[in-house]
Design a protein around this ligand. Sequence first.
Ligand code: ARG
Length: 462
Amino acid sequence: MQDLPKNKTWSGRFSEPVAEVVQKYTASISFDKRLAEFDIQGSLAHASMLHSSGMLSKDDLESIEQGLGMILEEIREGKFAWSLELEDVHLNIEKRLTTLVGDAGKRLHTARSRNDQVATDIRLFLRSEIDGINELIGSLQSSLLDLAEQHTDTVMPGFTHLQVAQPVSFGHHLMAYFEMLSRDLDRMKDCRKRLNRLPLGSAALAGTSYPIDREKVAELLGFEGVCENSLDAVSDRDFAIEFCACCALLMTHLSRFSEELIIWMNPGFGFVDIADRFCTGSSIMPQKKNPDVPELVRGKTGRINGHLVALLTLMKSQPLAYNKDNQEDKEPIFDAVDTVSATLRIYAEMIAGIKVDKEAMRKAASRGFATATDLADYLVKKGMPFRDAHETVARAVRHCEEKGVDLGALPIQELKQLSDLIEEDVYEVLTLEGSLNSRNHIGGTAPQQVKAAISRARKRLA
Ligand code: ARG
């Protein structure tokens, strides 16, 4: 049979060539060429199965393997000539293969379709990216552990409603983010598990009449099994949605952390300083040092949330099986991968280089009546009902405000006027350390507990 004109891959069915605008509109090569290595991996496994199941001669298999090897090299060296007319990565590679090895290349597409091919490629791509992201989550967690370890005894004000609430250990505060990241990691692993199934063999939608061996292909590509239903296999993009959901939540966590860093860096707080290489100045205000990285992380979170919504909307109401809509899945996925990977990488470095002003944290913790709850608890332990204790301490706080001092600075006579249950030992709970040390249970902020939490976390990371 004669070679087809190059812009008519789908045979002589059409009476006129595709309009140029349509070609541009429908082509995905500008972005899906990123899947090339995975497309080749998939093709190698498919070809090997075609051979072992009697559909491809040994010679043809060898030609295909050789040709795909050359193509991979061309791509890696940036020498591959991508063509818009050939629409996407799959057709570009197949056409080149045919040019290189002749008829063997034309036999490769036996028993498959681009529909199951692309679904396989994206799964292979995402699986490998998830592995990379999980490593990056681990590095950020280990930066957090290192910093937390240095600050188990560092007192800072804990906030509710962004108002000083109770003193906490800075290490404890950092470990809250460690926990969030642990859940992010679990979610990514869980997503990977569901994603790790082979669509190939579903062909266009209904399966194929050739005697294929899907389990073998799954094994060759490291999939845990095959997708059970051909219609589902070619149309399913749940894994892409799940992945973006995992990314959105991860970025949400980092946006919260970023917001805190921005607040802590504000001279009004002055709790931390981010290394200069993560900040920029102002072209007009010489005094400025702006927390650009945390601000961008906060901003980029919106972008990832957008990708999640884009994919959900892409799949909403889509009838079975494959529809060209699905070509729109790639750019959100690629951008989510790039944004999340870059964010994690920069974050781990930024955290490692953070400077902490313990004095500023301590001062802020001693200013906002952070030990008021401790005084109430003290009174309760001496027999006062909690509601009365709450009221008594509220009066004490008002008294302090009038005098412009903290609770711990009130002389014993004045405290005794509030309640005669108060004795000298009250100062043990009115100090920041006393308050911290008293919360000595699993999950509490006592430095001893924070140290234990860090060592458990190290084991989890290992
Ligand atoms: N470029 C397409 C995509 O990304 C490949 C599958 C095309 N299949 C088709 N029947 N048009 O989804």
